[in-house]
Ligand binder design. Sequence first.
Ligand SMILES: [Zn+2]
Ligand SMILES: [Zn+2]
Length: 135
Amino acid sequence: MDARERLERCGVAVTANRLLVLGALSGAGRPQTPQELLIALPGRMNRVTLYRILELLVERGVAARHNADGRAFRYCLGQGAAGHSHFHCTRCGATRCVDSATLEPGLSRLLSGLPMQVDMAEVTLGGVCESCLNA
Ligand SMILES: [Zn+2]
Ligand SMILES: [Zn+2]
């Protein structure tokens, strides 16, 4: 699915800036902080514009936002709910997306037993990444 399709499918109007942000997110291969995105984006995007776009993408489920290390928010493509978790390395600080689709049945069971309406669920894994383990 290309960037344009992804936006349209989530009901987000396609603009040049939104396509640029989506391109930067998908090209990165790991969750990005707004600062990293500003550096990666071609040309000079206004910080406020970037934040607005990121907010919209998260709201519409195009991108996920999380703060694995409790400092900076990071953004990546895909929804933040089940099926998509994040790993944060406490040694080198690397953060990456982890496919956690196997959690889905358990999560659905948990949610169906709760009296609240749950709109988002996030699983964050922390520990030592394989590069640090092998270092
Ligand atoms: Zn590491
Ligand atoms: Zn992710």
